[in-house]
Design a protein around this ligand. Structure first.
Ligand SMILES: [Zn+2]
Length: 139
């Protein structure tokens, strides 16, 4: 009986092994597919464009600042307002407004996000520029 079951076992093992090998192959292919997808998706995302911050004062574009270069920007017409780019994010770091809502908005990094200093009429907006990298502002 033991012999019999042993034989059955090894038989079963053999079939199971074959199945696993076949399954492994599919798993490997799936994994490769997923990896390739992520790889190309990441490349696509990188090629999508460069993030930049558009700073408007009184509704007029005052500056376009690349988020890939750290620095501090002060609009010429608003010397009391300081906007900083840090680690790919941008935000108000200083303002003479009474509420400081702009400073409390923190740092933005996602295209479409915006922050504003209403008393100073300064608006900060993160956007994505496709294609060529933006000309960065010299501070
Ligand atoms: Zn403010």
């Amino acid at each position: 009986m033991e012999k019999d079951s042993n034989g059955k076992n090894s038989n079963r093992k053999l079939t199971r092994r074959k199945f696993i090998v076949k399954g492994d192959l599919w798993l490997l292919l799936c994994l490769l597919g997923v990896l390739a997808f992520h790889f190309f998706a990441a490349r696509e995302r990188k090629a999508e464009g460069e993030r930049y911050a558009e700073i408007t004062v009184e509704g007029q574009v005052d500056a376009v600042v690349s988020l890939s270069e750290d620095g501090v920007y002060t609009p010429a017409r608003r010397p009391a307002v300081q906007i900083q780019v840090r680690d790919g994010a941008v935000g108000f770091v200083h303002s003479d407004c009474p509420d400081k809502i702009c400073v409390h908005s923190g740092f933005l990094s996602t295209p479409g996000q915006s922050a504003a200093c209403l008393p100073n009429k300064v608006v900060l907006r993160v956007a994505l520029r496709k294609g060529q990298p933006v000309d960065s502002v010299t501070y």
